[in-house]
Design a protein around this ligand. Structure first.
Ligand code: AHR
Length: 501
C-alpha cells in the first residue's frame, strides 16, 4: 500500500519539552532492591548501586525520574528512609503486600539520580498522610539550612539542598485500591491546600495534581473537572495514566489503542480549557502523562500470587517480558505524545527497571535491554526539537476502539539547530509494506538520509538474558532522497526512525 506525508518547516505543533521522555521508579518488586541497588553485586559502586544499570539508564537520556511511587507512596513515611541505615525500620507496604527495608531512601535515590543523569520528580503521600508531612519533606529536600528539617538533612550527610523542582500531589487518588482513596472534592481540597503550602515555601516549584488512573474509571472525566475546579490556580500539570493490554492477542485492535490515548488527551485538554474559561484564568495547566506502558503479560498471575504471599521483601512482581509487538505499541504511544506535545509536556514510561520496565536485571548477574528499550531510546535521543504538524494520507482500517485507524502511524520532529528532520513511523499492517513518499517543504534541500529499523518476523519475539539482542535496531535499506522528496518502504509490522539532514 502507499502513503503520502507532507511536512512543512512552518507547520509546527509545539516545542517538545524533553521531559516527554521521563521515567518512573517505584519501591515495588525488584525495581529498587536488586534493580538499581544491590550492594553485593560485582558491579555495585561504593553506594551499593549497580553500575551496569546506571549505564543502561544513562544511555536512555531520560531527563526526569518519578519516585518513590506509585501506589507505594500512599502509605509511605519518607522519614523511614533517612539516617543511619541500621536504624531504619522495616515496614509493611500495603500497596503491594510486601516488606520495605528502607535501605534506599531519598538520599540514596538522589545520589543515584545524579549518577544516572536524571532529575528527581518526587511524589508526596496524600493517601495516609497530608499537608504537614508534605511541607516537612519539601523543606528537607529543598531548604538550604538553618531549620529543623534542613539541618537534619545536613546531619544525615547532604549539605546542599537537592532543589527538586517537580512535585506530584499524591498518586491515583481516584482509585479505590489506593490507600487513603478520596472523592474528587475531598482530594481536590487537600491537593489545593497542600499546593498552597508548598508554594508558600517556593512559588517557582512545579506541581502535578492527580487526574484519572485511566479513562475507563467510573469517575472519569468528572474527576478532572472537579479536581481542577478546586486546584486550577495552584497546579501546573494534571497527571494521567494509561496501561495498554493485549489479552485478545489481536494486533489490529491492540495497535489501535493509541487512538484511545489520543482521545483521552483530547478530552482532558478540553476540560482544562473549560475550567480555565470558567475561572477567567490566564494560566495554562498542562498534562503530565506520568505513567504509561504496556502492562498485561504477568498482570493476572501477579494479582493471584500477591493475594497469597506472606509480605516478602523485593519479590518478583510485575516483571512483564516484552515482545516485538510491544515495540510497535510503544512506538505508537510515543508518536501520540509527540503529536500532542502542546498539551502533554511531561510523560514517564512506567517503569524503569524490572517492574514493567525497559531494563531487566538478574540478582548477582546480568542486566539487559527489553524490546521496548529500543523505541524509547530512539525517540528520547532523537525526538527533541519542534513537533511537526504532518499531513498524512494513508489507507485506514476500522477497529472496535476507533474507525479510520491509519495503517501508517507517524510523527515528525524538526531540530533547527542540528539541521535535522526526524520521523518515527510504525507500519501497523502485518500484511504488506507501506511505500511512503514524504514531501519536505521549506527545510532546505536535504543531503543525507539515515533509516533505522526494528523488525522481526515473530510478533512474540523477546529479549532474554541469553538472547539479549533478539529484537534490536538495525540499518534500514532503500530510503532515498530526490530533491525535497523522501521515499522509503516500511516493512510489514515494523518500527522505523528516518532522519534527514
Ligand atoms: O506502575 C504500577 C502501578 O500502576 C503504580 O504503582 C500505580 O500508580 C499504577 O496503578
Amino acid at each position: 500500500m502507499e502513503a503520502r506525508v507532507t511536512a512543512h518547516a512552518h507547520y509546527a505543533v509545539s516545542e517538545i519539552d524533553p521531559r516527554l521522555y521521563g521515567s518512573f521508579l517505584e519501591h515495588l518488586g525488584r525495581a529498587v532492591y536488586t534493580g538499581i541497588y544491590e550492594p553485593d553485586h560485582p558491579e555495585a559502586d561504593e553506594a551499593g548501586m549497580r553500575k551496569d544499570v546506571i549505564d543502561l539508564v544513562r544511555a536512555l537520556d531520560t531527563p526526569i525520574c518519578r519516585y518513590p511511587g506509585g501506589n507505594f507512596v500512599s502509605a509511605y513515611n519518607w522519614e523511614d528512609g533517612i539516617g543511619p541505615k541500621e536504624d531504619r525500620p522495616t515496614r509493611l507496604d500495603l500497596a503491594w503486600r510486601t516488606s520495605e527495608s528502607n535501605q534506599v531512601g531519598i538520599h540514596e535515590f538522589a545520589d543515584w539520580a545524579k549518577k544516572a543523569n536524571t532529575e528527581m520528580m518526587l511524589a508526596i503521600n496524600l493517601g495516609s498522610r497530608g499537608l504537614d508531612e508534605a511541607r516537612a519533606f519539601v523543606e528537607y529536600v529543598n531548604h538550604p539550612g538553618g531549620t529543623y528539617w534542613s539541618d537534619l538533612r545536613q546531619k544525615n550527610g547532604q549539605a546542599e539542598p537537592w532543589n527538586c523542582r517537580l512535585w506530584c500531589l499524591g498518586n491515583e487518588m481516584d482509585g479505590p485500591w489506593q490507600v487513603g482513596h478520596k472523592t474528587a472534592t475531598e482530594y481536590g481540597r487537600l491537593a489545593n491546600e497542600t499546593g498552597k503550602a508548598i508554594r508558600g515555601f517556593d512559588k517557582s516549584l512545579e506541581l502535578v495534581v492527580c487526574g484519572s488512573s485511566h479513562s475507563d474509571m467510573p469517575t472519569y472525566p468528572q474527576w478532572e473537572s472537579t479536581v481542577l475546579n478546586e486546584t486550577y490556580d495552584e497546579v501546573d500539570y494534571i497527571s494521567l495514566h494509561m496501561y495498554f493490554e493485549n489479552y485478545q492477542k489481536n494486533p489490529r485492535e491492540y495497535l489501535a489503542l493509541s487512538h484511545k490515548l489520543d482521545r483521552y488527551i483530547g478530552t482532558v485538554s478540553g476540560i482544562i480549557d473549560y475550567v480555565k474559561a470558567k475561572k477567567r484564568s490566564k494560566r495554562d495547566v498542562k498534562i503530565s502523562f506520568d505513567e504509561w506502558n504496556v502492562w498485561y503479560h504477568e498482570r493476572k498471575s501477579d494479582a493471584k500470587r500477591m493475594a497469597e504471599w506472606d509480605w516478602p521483601h523485593a519479590p518478583v512482581l510485575l516483571e512483564d517480558i516484552y515482545n516485538f509487538e510491544d515495540v510497535l505499541q510503544v512506538g505508537c504511544i510515543l508518536n501520540t505524545f509527540i503529536r500532542r506535545s502542546d498539551r502533554v509536556r511531561i510523560a514517564c514510561i512506567a517503569q524503569l527497571v524490572n517492574v514493567i520496565a525497559p531494563i531487566m536485571t538478574e540478582p548477582g548477574g546480568a542486566s539487559w535491554r527489553q524490546t521496548i528499550y529500543h523505541p524509547f531510546q530512539l525517540a528520547s535521543l532523537n525526538g527533541r526539537g519542534t513537533a511537526l504538524r504532518l499531513d498524512v494520507r494513508s489507507p485506514t482500517y476500522d477497529a472496535d476502539i476507533a474507525a479510520g485507524v491509519s495503517w501508517l502511524d507517524i510523527a515528525g520532529v524538526h531540530d533547527a539547530d542540528a539541521g535535522t528532520v526526524t520521523f518515527f513511523a510504525v507500519n501497523r499492517s502485518g500484511g504488506e509494506p507501506i511505500e511512503v513518499s514524504l514531501a519536505l517543504e521549506r527545510f532546505g534541500t536535504p543531503k543525507s538520509v539515515a533509516h533505522t529499523l526494528i523488525q522481526h518476523d515473530d510478533l512474540e519475539a523477546r529479549n532474554t538474558r541469553d538472547n539479549p539482542d533478539n529484537v534490536a535496531p538495525r540499518k534500514g535499506e532503500g530510503a532515498k532522497i530526490d530533491g525535497d522528496e523522501l521515499t522509503l518502504s516500511l516493512p510489514p509490522y515494523s518500527y522505523s526512525m528516518v532522519r534527514v539532514q
